[in-house]
Design a protein around this ligand. Structure first.
Ligand code: DLL
Length: 436
């Protein structure tokens, strides 16, 4: 079903006209209300009046994650706090997360956007939707919750309750649609197998998965294990959360909610815009957001624009490929997003070790594990060395668990052994999981 026919099937000419009008009013608003944009527009001598077509976007400066970090917590907000009715943030308890705010209108738009994604995935008012994304500062739970309610489905805010409970809910509440991270879906399917529950005996029809990379191989494992058909969905906190793009029944890429977000793909080195079919970094400009508008935000996600050709589903919106990777070394681990710099920060604040470390990721029987190899410094106390090392290991593990919520195995390595292998650049992340 097409949830918002007016917007999702609009002619290309009308859509581009709408986008330009909305872009211009966004540019005026950010110039007036956000000190950062006033400064960069002035520095780059941007004349807003001259932005008349989508091609002119290239004359606007980019916004980066670093810019957002510097504006922590509220400096990028374009309205006073009294007009903000909801606050979410990116993950990451060390370093500064990006804090985003929504006005009442933003919430209304966001709800419409996630409803469209769910409807494209096949969800109707007859469905019982189990939402197993976190309901907290993370946007996944609340974002999809609102959209599913707007469709009129029966919504179960299961959040990330333990898997046994998820399965109990699925069986007893007769869940027909599951929305969660693909890695969590895989865990559920493994548990079903362990408990000898045949997925055919459940009521599941549709899975809406996203918020982390997942391959076609993983898709087929989940579809078999849960006996459902699945749709990929993409979004990020900075732009709105879930609700940016999603697959329809034609699996032709992910339709972008273009009346709210203008997408570009740029070359990762030259930052010049690329043509459809060429892979590069996704860049988004929000054109309706009031609370936290962003101009040409570099997402760090690698994908390509598929084409402007209408899809078999009738939607005319631009589609992007599935996400092929990232420009940075962000780790996706069991539904959690980690930057190696977060581990580095923990290690830098620990006595007795050097700042050299390596993260090894492995997958056995669909279960991921993380080992952090840390180089100890030379100056070890002579007495009771073993107990000292054991304490050191425990203390690093517990710091990692409390700050990034991951149980990592800590391996203490000889002084010089990690840095020694590659003097200039230590490969910080070794991902042996085979598939993401
Ligand atoms: O993950 C929002 C979301 C929630 C999307 C639920 C989909 C479903 P963040 O935590 O800010 O927001 O993480 C955003 O996750 O820049 C990508 O690197 C990655 N990501 C999100 N969706 C996909 C996907 C939410 N379908 C970051 N495939 C993004 C691959 C994805 N990576």
């Amino acid at each position: 079903m097409i949830f918002n026919k007016d917007m999702e099937t609009m002619s290309r000419t009308d859509m581009e006209q709408l986008q330009i009008e909305r872009l211009q009013s966004t540019l005026n608003r950010v110039y007036r209300n956000v000190a950062f944009y006033k400064q960069v527009f002035d520095d780059k001598k941007v004349n807003i009046e001259k932005i008349k077509t989508k091609k002119d976007l290239r004359n606007l400066p980019f916004t980066t994650r670093l810019d957002l970090n510097k504006s922590y917590p509220y400096d990028m907000f374009a309205v006073p706090l009294r007009d903000i009715v909801r606050i979410h943030s990116t993950s990451g308890t060390t370093g500064k997360p990006v804090v985003v705010g929504y006005t009442k209108n933003d919430l209304r738009h966001w709800t419409d956007c996630t409803a469209r994604i769910l409807a494209a995935a096949g969800i109707t008012e007859h469905d019982v939707v189990q939402i197993a994304f976190h309901y907290d500062l993370f946007t996944g739970g609340f974002g999809f919750h609102q959209g599913a309610e707007l469709i009129g489905a029966s919504v179960i805010p299961a959040s990330t309750s333990p898997i046994e409970k998820q399965i109990l809910i699925m069986k007893d509440f007769k869940t027909t649609a599951l929305a969660c991270a693909p890695s969590f879906a895989l865990h559920i399917s493994r548990m079903l197998e362990e408990q000898k529950i045949h997925p055919e005996n459940l009521f599941l029809k549709v899975g809406i998965f996203g918020s982390e990379p997942w391959s076609e191989l993983m898709r087929s494992k989940i579809e078999t294990g849960l006996h459902l058909s699945s749709k990929d969905t993409y979004g990020l906190t900075e732009i709105i959360g879930p609700g940016v793009a999603g697959e329809c029944e034609f699996y032709n890429g992910l339709h972008i909610n273009e009346d709210h977000f203008i997408v570009e793909v740029v070359d990762t080195k030259t930052l010049e815009p690329l043509s459809p079919g060429e892979e590069g970094e996704l860049v988004f400009t929000t054109i309706t957001k009031e609370g936290f508008p962003l101009i040409r935000y570099r997402t760090g996600d690698i994908a390509s624009i598929i084409s402007n050709e209408p899809c078999g589903c009738g939607r005319t919106t631009v589609r992007i490929s599935r996400i092929a990777g990232r420009t940075d070394d962000m780790i996706f681990f069991e539904g959690i997003k980690i930057l190696p710099s977060q581990i580095e920060e923990i290690l830098l604040n620990t006595q007795g070790i050097t700042p050299h470390f390596r993260i090894i990721l492995e997958r056995k029987e669909d279960k991921d594990s993380m080992e952090v190899q840390v180089e100890i410094s030379k100056s070890l106390p002579g007495i009771d060395e073993l107990r000292y090392l054991e304490n050191l290991r425990d203390s690093i593990a517990s710091k990692i668990e409390t700050t990034i919520d991951v149980q990592a195995k800590i391996h203490l390595a000889e002084p010089g052994s990690i840095r020694g292998e590659d003097k200039d650049k230590v490969r910080r992340v070794v991902d042996k999981r085979g598939e993401k």
